[in-house]
Design a protein around this ligand. Sequence first.
Ligand code: ZN
Ligand code: CU
Length: 483
Amino acid sequence: MMVDWLFKNVTVIDGSGGPQYRGDVAVAGDRIVDIAPSLNVDAAQIINGAGQVLAPGFIDVHTHDDINVIRMPEYLPKMSQGITTVIVGNCGISAAAATMKGAVPDPMNLLGEAQHFIYPTVEAYAQAVEAARPALNVGTLIGHTALRNNHMDNLFRPATVSEITAMRNDLREALKQGALGMSSGLAYATAFESTTEEVMALAEELSEAQGVYTTHLRSEFEPILEALDEAFRIGRHAQVPVVVSHHKCAGAKNWGRTKETLAFFDKMRAQQEIGCDCYPYSASSSTLDLKQVTDEFDIVITWSEPHPDQAGKKLQQIADDWQMSMLEAAKLLMPAGAIYYNMDEQDVRRVLSYPVTMIGSDGLPNDPMPHPRLWGAFPRVLGHYCRDERLFPLTMAIHKMTGLSAARFQLPERGLIKTGYYADLVLLDPQTVRDVASFSDPQQPADGINAVMVNGVMSYGRDKHIIGRAGRFLRRQSQSGKE
Ligand code: ZN
Ligand code: CU
């Protein structure tokens, strides 16, 4: 037997959460073809992996990379973390199945400018991904806010019956073409006025396809339990899995309350399928939101359309300079982006450790001064939280980035090191892996991610400057079997 690649003497962490073991792993074409304590096969290329961990390529379940994976197909912010698949279309905003008539509404402006929204269907988006040949695989959710924007002249009200029908038609078609599910961003003003019934009606379209419902909750502040209850009700109504996006308790008055939210998860998980994703930082980032302006914690402006020179400064500092209130300053800065230091470290740890929590970066790739999660989320979990802080074992950390995520988003034959599975793999040094990206210097590749393979093609090496381009568009597997 002749294979393309042989990883010798690696420590295999297979993504299932089960124990690690020493062995050899062979790859031929785009698949893992053999795994054994010692393989005697001819290989075109042999990698001696002694002392290193071989894991399934990481799946970033929460991204806003929709347009950037096409425009910058090498996609170093993610490849350099060992990520081999990104799920786009989160927080109610997707480029797929979106049409833009006028100005790009907040927060769709996180994805790109009006001229970048050129994918009216999932099929059009899939073709663009395939044509761009990005380095990593891409699967998409359909954003509720994107659907609203397709059919509503005014987003600051509930949708009418006929608008809901039109949105359902779009979503049904998108699911047929392989979308993984629907996301919502109910906290944002552009979706906040939608009723629970509006979202439930759309979620009905997910039932048959068993697509997932992911949600940026209506509130991550004091009313978070009510917001969770709404999300879970929508999931029960449609009988589909719910993924709570970037679960956190935001705002000083809310600190410590993940004890309550996770107890509620526990209770409801007995009745329905629920998961969540989380990024490993106690600061959040999004567009600047007047409702979140407060003096309880620092807010740093990352970009501002009218005042680009203010990027990198604290909102408090800008308000002092301009001799006005923070709220007045915020109004003048908008549209803008911000980092909010609005979480409690203990809450972050509790959520990260929770058994059904997946890792999702929520990175914002168009931000000139991005939150470091864009380049650092996955290695920060592996280095800082797992190795240095001993929050959980490495097998568990990797499970939260691979096997758990592939199962939740129905990505067949990915997320595990298993014979017959796709050869999406990452070779990393467990002693040195760490996030280098920081708040002051956020665009830095991680240390310790030594090789990344996507669909059997060696695609990234920390010091070797390999740039492979073997990513694919991943469609939801139909319930009846293979497509
Ligand atoms: Zn969000
Ligand atoms: Cu998000």
